[in-house]
Design a protein around this ligand. Structure first.
Ligand code: ZN
Length: 626
């Protein structure tokens, strides 16, 4: 074998050219290595093993991923190191800032040679950061197809050429279920989609479907809905606006499999999605969707159920899958969300399982409204939930997201086990609800929420927290800027659990009116008033003895003693206590002072910021913008 058996220069063009139909056709390349990739924990159950391939044209080599529908070529031993392949279908995608080839269809044209052919170098080294290709003498000429330059990434070129359609048709022909939707179009894995090619069909299962949401702003009004789609390569969100809502909303049903084509692929707005995909789909006027009866190659939604009595081991704000028997459900109610100022409909369910605990789960919007219309809801059905949010209101509680799914009496093993248990024993059992922390009743307008959401200082003010008769709870991550010196502590009654202020009597003792007796020494207790700041603003917080002791690093008695010895030592302690960052659990409540109403923010718990954990949270938040 020699260099001339390979399509020299193909790699640079394949990697660089966003639209494969304008790039080199059916190049022959050599496989330099095949490596199995450990699937991430999140995707392992549904996606199986993946293979990374180093592909060479004798001049350059590049990393490529083998599309998951082709992994059997490796597993059967057909695809081996140093063999030559003809690539009949591929995509070139940007993955974490690098372009990666995805091999969608290929065939082996020559068994493994003794060694690599030529001395290929890494194609990444020849690509400028902007994605332009350095001038490489001869690369274009060798291909006889040198329209690289007028096909820059970022511009979508309609793939209308007959060559494009013909080329990919071969890839799809082997698939069963000849459908009008994907006639002549290849079935792409979801991960192979990009804005740079628009002739594709995906075959995917709807794993969740949103309500129809309406909006109205200066530019007009409209409606939209979205679905999450799954195939064995990955997940992607798809959204339909206005007409597409009318055409597709009732057609697309959760857990069914569809062929979808002729839609637009956009950069994902990750703030509005829980999927990791760089892209998302928008249905257009030309979009075609058809239900697919042959669904065996499309993975089912996989559950990782957490038992109700194990929910306490899940951190608040995480999502989890839960299955249980519906013990009862509440009336539909409506609350006005403080943050959005919009009315929201909600309904609470009570779920139980073999662990003898019960947990409340909140449904919102249409799910809440339509719940009683589902068949069997009054006959203690088993309900499986995917991706529900764990809150710590009332100890532990659950809440649906727009991306969560609910299946009533699903035909899965866990469901049948629960059915058998409940009908025999469960119906007569007593269940213990989660209760600790429930004293904050109604703080978040009912339940299934967190005791306290983390907010910025600006949000605390903008959302008028504490301005109503009910107290509001919030967390704020802020830095102590200033601690007020005057009235930092007071003289308290030393008797157990009294804490009433004591005053000197005529004998020089300290008198408590409440206990009706005098003491030789008072106890000193903090009534801290501190100004804290974050990037959005400043706010005054009050803190009592325990938290103030932590902030000051000493008890009020010790601080008082220090102050009597040296005023400068005292102020030094106050200065040292500032410039430290805490997570403050707070309560906002209206207070009357001289007939003036004002909101007081009281610290119920202060903990130093755990920087590893806080950093990881910010990584997630920043990733949502990338
Ligand atoms: Zn007392």
């Amino acid at each position: 074998m020699s260099l001339n058996d390979l399509t020299q220069g193909a790699i640079a063009q394949m990697v660089q050219t966003a639209d494969p139909s304008n790039s080199v056709q059916n190049p022959v390349c050599q496989i330099l290595s095949i490596k199995k990739i450990q699937a991430s924990a999140a995707s392992a159950s549904s996606m199986g093993d993946r293979y990374r391939i180093i592909l060479s044209d004798g001049v350059k080599y590049a990393q490529a991923m083998l599309a998951s529908q082709k992994r059997s070529m490796v597993e059967s031993g057909e695809l081996e190191k140093h063999c030559l392949v003809r690539i009949s279908q591929y995509a070139s995608n940007s993955v974490q800032g690098r372009r990666i080839l995805i091999l969608l269809d290929l065939s082996v044209v020559h068994p493994p040679t003794a060694d690599r052919i030529g001395s290929p170098t890494n194609v990444d080294d020849s690509i400028k950061p902007e994605g332009g290709v350095k001038q490489e003498g001869g690369a274009g000429g060798a291909l006889g197809n040198s329209n690289v330059g007028n096909n820059s990434a970022g511009r979508t070129t309609p793939a209308t050429s007959a060559a494009g359609a013909g080329k990919v048709g071969g890839g799809a022909a082997g698939r069963p279920g000849g459908s009008s939707v994907h006639a002549g179009m290849p079935i792409y894995p979801i991960e192979g989609l990009s804005p740079y090619q628009n002739r594709w069909t995906i075959k995917a299962r709807v794993t969740s479907k949103s309500d129809i949401r309406h909006w109205s702003n200066q530019r007009g009004e409209g409606k939209l809905f979205s679905v999450n789609l799954l195939d064995d390569s990955g997940e992607i969100k798809a959204t339909g606006f206005n007409d597409a809502v009318d055409r597709f909303y009732s057609m697309l049903q959760e857990n069914h499999v569809y062929l979808i084509s002729k839609a637009r692929v956009n950069i994902a707005k990750k703030q509005f999605s829980n999927l990791q995909n760089e892209y998302e789909i928008t249905f257009e006027n030309s979009t075609e969707i058809e239900e697919c009866t042959d669904a065996t190659d499309v993975p089912e939604v996989k559950y990782e159920f957490v038992r109700i009595n194990e929910l306490e081991s899940v951190e608040p704000n995480q999502t989890c899958d839960v299955i249980g028997v519906l013990d009862s459900y509440g009336e539909l109610s409506e609350i006005v969300s403080k943050a959005s100022q919009r009315p929201v409909q909600k309904r609470e369910l009570t779920l139980v399982d073999q662990g003898q605990r019960s947990v409340r789960l909140t449904l919102w919007g249409k799910n809440a409204e339509n719940f009683p219309n589902h068949a069997g809801v009054d006959e203690k059905p088993v309900i499986a939930f995917k991706g529900v949010k764990v809150g710590d209101f009332g100890g532990r509680s659950l809440s649906m997201f727009s991306s969560s799914t609910m299946l009533i009496n699903p035909d899965i093993t866990e469901s049948h086990v629960l059915r058998g248990w409940f009908d025999n024993d469960g119906a007569h059992a007593q269940f213990q609800p989660f209760t600790n922390g429930g004293g904050a009743g109604g703080a978040m307008g009912g339940g299934a929420a967190n005791m306290a959401e983390r907010r910025t200082i600006a949000q605390v003010k903008d959302q008028n927290l504490g301005m109503t008769e009910k107290p509001d709870y919030f967390n704020v991550r802020a830095t102590v800027v200033y601690i007020k010196q005057e009235n930092l502590y007071y003289t308290a009654c030393p008797s157990d659990g009294c804490n009433k202020k004591v005053t000197p009597d005529h004998e020089g003792n300290w008198r408590c009116e409440k206990c009706d007796r005098s003491y030789e020494q008072p106890e000193y207790r903090y009534i801290l008033s501190t100004n804290v700041a974050d990037a959005t603003g400043q706010i005054w917080l009050s803190g009592f003895n325990d938290d103030a002791t932590k902030l000051m690093g000493m008890s009020a008695g010790e601080l008082h003693k220090l102050r009597e010895e040296s005023e400068s030592e005292f102020t030094a302690v106050l200065h040292r206590a500032a410039n430290r960052m805490y997570t403050f659990n707070c309560r906002a409540k209206m207070d009357s002072f001289n007939d003036q109403a004002r909101v007081r923010y009281t610290i119920s718990r202060a903990a130093p910021v755990d920087f590893a954990k806080a950093g990881a949270e910010l990584v997630d938040a920043i990733n949502a913008y990338m």
